[in-house]
Design a protein around this ligand. Structure first.
Ligand SMILES: Cc1ncc(COP(=O)(O)O)c(C=O)c1O
Length: 372
């Protein structure tokens, strides 16, 4: 059965097409005005002083760890219930991911598990704002301050979300964003690091561009860097998308509201919170959880049934510590009871700006049938 209702879809208007086309009519396809404008628009939107746009969210995470000084053998506390890039970036710098457990209500890091994970080797903590729901930043910032840890916010899923009125990504030592096509805004592929620390910003900019200084010669390299540059074409797309951010966030909140209205009285499901006391959610995906009595096999059967009706859905997330890639990779696990229990029963439903009420109704009725 071909997919009729996709899991995600980018929202590209004529404005984006015109912006990209305009760049293609110039000779400048990298390191030009679009990069400067995209970075300053993002920094302003997030409320951070500096922004370095890069080729992916994963690259931004890698640079955040390098620029905050994380070294081989250091321990970095991360959730296991997240996208694999979070732990991979820790491994890229030779550090050890320590997987902490999550809060069952928000699916974000549980501060008590983070605190319990700290050892004399702990140097940093990556707070992921899972599915766009703000992590408990007051507690996490306090833990980081008390133990002198670097706090990196992974805001890849949460552009536009807020914690007590401050935009996510602006609260830690560095914040990272990703602009893959399923994100709130897309650049095709792309990412960004934001910070208010000029030294972190300087190092991130240098390392993304083969270790070159901003004002130096093209063939002079201060450090072993990377090619994590993002092209002018991607940046032009990002600028045009960011101009529409309010409209985009409102459409996504509206789609979430439609799902909530349709599914709220179903005792087979836990729905994501529509509101959170300490901030504002930026809707990334709509992930429901089957009730406790269901098992992973039930979730997989439901997924297959929706797929057989042409409705895409996803297993968000398969815990990182269970991945084959981590079988032999150095890491440490706290008690991950909530992670294990939740990850067996989560299911992401089709979620994108243009999803219609009819499509939401069709998904919900297929889901109800599959749960009978
Ligand atoms: C929490 C989180 N971190 C990092 C990434 C990596 O971003 P990218 O795919 O742009 O490398 C993603 C993207 O899917 C993500 O959801």
């Amino acid at each position: 059965m071909p997919i009729r209702i996709p899991l995600s879809a980018p929202d590209i208007t004529e404005a984006e097409i015109a912006a990209v086309t305009a760049v293609l009519r110039t000779p400048r396809l990298s390191l030009g005005d679009e990069l400067v404008e995209f970075e300053s628009a993002l920094a302003q939107f997030v409320g951070a002083e500096h922004c370095a746009a890069v080729s992916s969210g994963t690259a931004a995470l890698h640079l955040a760890l390098l620029a905050t000084g994380i070294q081989p053998g250091d321990e970095v506390i991360v959730p296991s219930f997240t996208f694999v890039a979070v732990a991979n970036a820790v491994r890229y710098v030779g550090a050890i991911p320590v997987f902490a457990d999550i809060d069952p209500a928000t699916l974000n890091l549980a501060p008590a598990s983070v605190e319990a994970a700290i050892t004399p080797r702990t140097r940093a903590l990556i707070a992921v704002h899972t599915f766009g729901v703000p992590a408990p930043m007051s507690d996490l910032l306090e833990i980081a301050r008390r133990h002198e840890l670097k706090l990196i916010e992974d805001a890849c899923e949460s552009l536009g979300g807020e914690h007590h009125g401050r935009k996510l990504g602006s609260l830690g030592h560095a914040g990272v964003f990703g602009f893959y096509p399923n994100k709130q805004i897309t650049t095709g592929e792309g990412g960004a690091l934001v910070t208010s620390d000029p030294e972190i910003a300087r190092r991130a900019r240098m390392l993304r561009n083969q270790g070159r200084r901003a004002t130096g010669d093209w063939f002079e390299h201060e450090e072993i860097g990377y090619n994590y540059r993002i092209s002018e074409i991607n940046c032009a797309l990002g600028i045009a998308q960011l101009r529409r951010i309010d409209e985009i966030l409102a459409k996504r909140a509206n789609a979430a509201q439609k799902y909530f209205a349709n599914l709220q009285n179903n005792s087979n499901l836990h729905l994501p919170p529509m509101q959170i006391a300490h901030g504002t959610i930026s809707w990334f995906v709509y992930v429901v959880r089957l009730a406790e009595r269901f098992r992973a096999q039930d979730r997989d059967r439901v997924t297959a049934e929706l797929l057989s009706r042409g409705i895409a859905c996803g297993r968000y997330f398969a815990p990182i510590h269970r991945q084959r890639a981590y079988r032999d990779a150095p890491h440490r696990c706290m008690d991950l009871q909530v992670t294990e229990s939740v990850a067996a029963r989560t299911l992401a439903l089709p979620f994108f700006n243009q999803i219609s009420s009819e499509q939401v109704d069709e998904v919900c009725s297929a889901l109800r049938d599959a749960l009978l």
